[in-house]
Design a protein around this ligand. Structure first.
Ligand code: C5P
Length: 219
C-alpha cells in the first residue's frame, strides 16, 4: 500500500540520519531522498574540476544538471559519473559544507528538492527540510548526537571505505562542519519549532527507528 505521508528528518553530521531515514522510509513505503547527496555530488564535481572556491563558475556548470535518486539514497547525475564512496570522503564532506553556503548553488538544489517534497509519500533527509524544503511536512524530526559518538561512527564509515583517518581529525571536521552548517546565512541547520528532537547518542539504529515509527503511529 502506498503511503501518502510527507516526513522531514534533519540533523547534523553523523547523527545516524541516513541509516535511520532509509529504514523508516522502507517500513512506511515512502520514497526516500537524501538531500545531502546533492551537495556532495556538486562538491565532488567542484573538486574534480578545480572549481571549489569559484561560486559563479561552479553555478554556470551545474545550473542545468539533472539528478535522480534511487531508493537506497544514491544519487545519479548527467554531470559526471562516480562511485558511492567518492561522495563519502572527508574532503568531499567539508567541500559540500562549503559549497552549501553558496547562494546560487543552494537555489538550484532547493528547487529540485522542493519539487520532490511537493509529492506525496516521501521522506526527505537533510539540514533545511523542516524549515525550507517541506515546512508543511506531516512529521518533522530533528536528530542530535554527542560529537564524540558522531566521530566514532564516521571513523568506522571511512575505514569501511578504505580511507585511513584519525579520530581527532574526524572529530574536528564534524565540529567545524556543524558550526558552518548552523551559522550560514541561507538555509542553516535549524530545528523548526514543530519538530521532535531525537538524541541518537546512546541508542542503536533499531531503537531510533522504533521511536520515530511510534510517534508517527500515534499521529
Ligand atoms: O547530510 P550530509 O552530511 O551528507 O550533507 C553534506 C553537507 O551538505 C552538509 O554538511 C551540509 O552543508 C549540506 N547540506 C545542506 N542542506 C541539506 C543537506 C545537506 O546544506 N538539506
Amino acid at each position: 500500500m502506498k503511503n501518502n505521508l510527507r516526513i522531514a528528518i534533519d540533523g547534523g553530521a553523523a547523527t545516524g540520519k541516513s541509516t535511520v531515514s532509509k529504514k523508516v522510509a522502507k517500513k512506511l513505503n515512502l520514497t526516500y531522498v537524501n538531500t545531502g547527496q546533492m551537495y556532495r555530488l556538486i562538491a565532488f564535481f567542484a573538486l574534480t574540476n578545480n572549481l571549489g572556491k569559484n561560486e559563479d563558475k561552479l553555478y554556470q556548470r551545474i545550473k542545468n544538471m539533472n539528478v535522480s535518486f534511487d531508493n537506497d539514497g544514491f544519487i545519479t547525475s548527467d554531470l559526471l559519473s562516480f562511485k558511492k564512496e567518492d561522495l563519502e570522503t572527508k574532503i568531499v564532506s567539508s567541500t559540500a559544507s562549503l559549497i552549501a553556503t553558496y547562494k546560487k548553488i543552494r537555489e538550484v538544489s532547493v528547487e529540485v528538492q522542493k519539487k520532490i517534497g511537493r509529492t506525496k509519500g516521501v521522506l526527505l533527509e537533510g539540514r533545511d527540510i523542516g524549515t525550507i524544503i517541506m515546512p508543511d511536512a506531516d512529521f518533522k524530526f530533528f536528530l542530535v548526537v554527542d560529537p564524540k559518538t558522531a566521530a566514532i561512527r564516521r571513523v568506522d564509515q571511512h575505514k569501511k571505505n578504505g580511507e585511513e583517518v584519525s579520530f581527532d581529525d574526524v572529530l574536528k571536521d564534524i565540529i567545524n562542519r556543524n558550526k558552518q552548517d548552523t551559522t550560514r546565512k541561507i538555509g542553516p541547520l535549524l530545528k523548526s519549532s514543530d519538530s521532535i528532537i531525537i538524541d541518537t547518542s546512546n541508542k542503536n539504529i533499531e531503537k531510533i527507528v522504533l521511536e520515530i515509527l511510534r510517534v508517527i503511529e500515534n499521529g
